[in-house]
Design a protein around this ligand. Structure first.
Ligand SMILES: [Mn+2]
Length: 393
């Protein structure tokens, strides 16, 4: 007998599907949230037969359960953990731990892709196009590589996953992977998925108007409340507000926080770690504990949301040699202007003392300190006309 404890997201369930393809009736699969894994391990150690081989995928146990698993392994050699989270790297110290974030070709891994390779290498599963394609879609979604590759099929697979129950998804995929040559959606799913993509877009548009910013520790964070589409939301908001180090998504009902960043020099797995969570460099999460509640909820609840930059300007453009106009909630007028080798910021016509090497540095500073946004052309032109009239009465 086999038992698989896996994560309850697409990548985790991908592992469950592979396990069922490989072992059929001989595997019991349980999907868990990050916080319920330890309980499941406890249950396994107390109730399952030691003959049962335990797989853990896409999740990692807490330290005390590491010790329990190690003892169990010493006695029965019946454990294999496979994961790709940066915060689980220390588990490689154990013979039963295999954690790999990037493969030898420099490609980001997912639990499903690692587990697939494991099953193929051990000859527990036979390679097949439909399965290989499915695994690659899961990997691209989980690592967010789909966006760069414009592989919308990967994104759709995740959307479908959340449209139906886990049981239904598992059953449909198992059937498809066993019977089809290649992996694809059927016509009904395609229609549903189109509607779902529109719905996600509308949801994100609404959330864009709700984000606030705050300095938390040494970082500037964007903060938004949302129950769904965390990755999509984190990515869109991060790109819209690159002056923010990371985006915090609060799920109050589930008492959970997700962290996302688009920056290479910010590690959100470390930030989630401060609150007892973990994950990847660019995507992580933790439970909403007292400390996080104070920092992200209590201390920010009174804040007004930040405004987005004007989008379709032709005149008031960033990096303009004539200056770029911004405004904040207090109606202060800011210009970022080139000055010899530098860029400077004028606030209500008075230059700030700071100078900046790049326009982007000045803009980041302006948005962090003053929450100013790029004004629309109309406002820009109106301001200039007023200035001209003042100069030539
Ligand atoms: Mn994963």
């Amino acid at each position: 007998m086999y038992k698989l404890l896996s994560h309850n997201d697409l990548d985790g369930v991908g592992c469950g599907i592979l396990a069922k393809l490989a072992f059929g009736q001989d595997v019991k699969v349980r999907y868990n949230s990050v916080s319920s894994l330890n309980r499941e391990i406890e249950f396994f150690l107390e109730n399952d037969s030691p003959e049962t081989f335990l797989f853990i995928t896409d999740l990692s146990p807490s330290e005390s359960y590491e010790q329990k698993l190690e003892k169990f392994y010493e006695q029965y050699q019946n454990v294999q953990l496979i994961d790709h989270h940066k915060s689980a790297m220390h588990l490689n110290e154990y013979e039963w731990g295999f954690v790999l974030v990037e493969d030898e070709l420099g490609r980001l891994t997912s639990a499903t892709s690692l587990f697939y390779n494991y099953l193929l290498t051990k000859e527990l599963l036979e390679e097949k196009s439909a399965i290989t394609e499915f695994v690659e879609l899961v990997r691209q979604y989980d690592t967010w590589e789909w966006e760069k590759n414009e592989n919308h099929k990967a994104h759709s697979l995740n959307s479908l996953f959340y449209l139906v129950s886990i049981d239904e998804f598992e059953e449909t995929m198992l059937e498809r992977l066993q019977t089809s040559e290649h992996f694809d959606f059927d016509e009904f799913e395609k229609k549903l998925l189109n509607m779902e993509e529109d719905k996600i877009e509308r949801y994100i548009r609404r959330k864009r108007r709700e984000i606030v910013q705050a300095k938390v520790g040494e970082h500037f964070a964007g903060i938004v409340y949302a129950e769904s589409y965390h990755s999509e939301l984190g990515n869109e908001l991060g790109k819209e507000h690159p002056h923010l180090d990371y985006i915090t998504i609060l799920n109050m009902g589930g008492k959970k926080i997700s962290f996302r960043t688009i920056h290479d020099d910010v590690d959100v797995s470390e930030i989630a770690g401060r609150f007892g969570g973990g994950g990847h460099q660019k995507a992580s999460g933790c439970n909403l504990i007292e400390e996080g509640y104070k920092l992200y909820v209590l201390d920010t609840f009174h804040l007004d949301s930040i405004q987005e930059d004007a989008k379709r300007n032709r005149y008031n453009l960033k990096e303009s040699a004539f200056g770029t106009m911004f405004k904040n909630r207090d109606e202060d007028i800011f210009f970022i202007i080139p000055d010899k080798e530098h860029w400077i910021i004028e606030k209500n016509k008075k230059a700030l003392k700071e100078t900046f090497e790049k326009f982007l540095d000045a803009e980041t500073y302006l948005k962090r300190m003053y929450e100013a946004w790029l004004v629309r052309d109309e406002e820009f032109v109106e301001y200039l006309m007023k200035e001209i009239r003042k100069a030539n009465p």
